[in-house]
Design a protein around this ligand. Structure first.
Ligand code: OAD
Length: 234
């Protein structure tokens, strides 16, 4: 019997219990920086040092972080489901936990890419990326991050994954950033959709989703029996 497809759409809250800052919570990153300062192509041209420093801090935090119980639960789910993770996160905690299929919508913090040829992508060995770090063509390397105002090249692949979902879990995202947030609309109508977030019941999605207000690392490890009953008694 072939396994059912469980799709996870994750956001910053997925990694919060690993000590990675979210964006829009109290003390979130966007409370201390503006998007325009550090996360746009204009910011890169205007103040490259600040942008590099911002992502170096994020990368340093990531090198010190480890996957949490939520990431681990998703690896466990692979015994029962064909799990596909579509994440807005730029960290590699899903992969480090052991998840096999991870699609990054907004890039990857541990990678850098050429500013001359965007297909030249490099794994970073340290947390620092500095002015003067060059690609093989001799041009400056930039963080391998999708900034505001840039295209999100992984969207067609994500739509394909969402189209085939039998169960969708939306975890730790405020669903405020498009096109990522719009992906939930590509799930087949009528499939079970869970929304897991400490603020789940405050969100406008209550009627469409099965909302569970709680932390990813606390809710996900207990969710398997309910997910299995969804596929056994749909
Ligand atoms: P947000 O910071 O907007 O939302 C984080 C969500 O995580 C909130 O709804 C929190 O309630 C929830 N949360 C906090 N702790 C949690 C926990 N322990 N378990 C589960 N949920 C928890 O982050 P995103 O929705 O991921 O893009 O933001 C989307 C995009 O906006 C990011 O990918 C980034 C940002 O600007 C770029 O930089 C391109």
């Amino acid at each position: 019997m072939s396994l059912k497809n469980l799709v996870l759409l994750s956001g910053a809250g997925m990694s919060a219990e690993s000590g990675i800052s979210t964006f829009r919570d109290v003390n979130g990153l966007w409370e201390n920086y503006t998007i325009e300062e550090v996360a746009t192509p204009e910011a890169w041209h205007k103040n490259m040092d600040l942008v590099l420093r911002f992502y170096n801090q994020r990368r340093k935090q990531l090198f010190e972080a480890i996957p949490n119980k939520g990431h681990e639960a998703l690896v466990e789910f692979e015994k029962h489901f064909n799990v596909h993770i579509v994440t807005q996160n730029v960290d590699d905690l899903h992969e480090r936990a052991g998840s096999k299929n991870v699609l990054h919508l907004h890039g990857e913090l541990r990678k850098a890419r050429s500013t001359r040829n965007e297909s030249l992508v490099y794994e970073l060995k340290t947390w620092e990326l500095n002015k003067g770090d060059l690609c093989e063509l001799g041009s400056q390397l930039r963080p391998h991050i999708v900034w505001f105002g840039e295209a999100v090249p992984a969207i067609p692949q994500a739509v394909n994954i969402l189209n085939k979902a039998d169960i969708l879990l939306v975890v730790g995202t405020s669903l405020m950033v498009y096109p990522a947030a719009g992906l939930v609309d590509y799930a087949p109508p009528g499939i079970p959709v869970y929304y897991i977030d400490p603020k789940a019941h405050e969100m406008a999605y209550q009627k469409r989703f099965k909302c569970i207000s709680g932390k990813a690392g606390e809710v996900l490890p207990k969710l398997l029996p309910e997910l299995l009953s969804e596929i056994n008694h749909p």
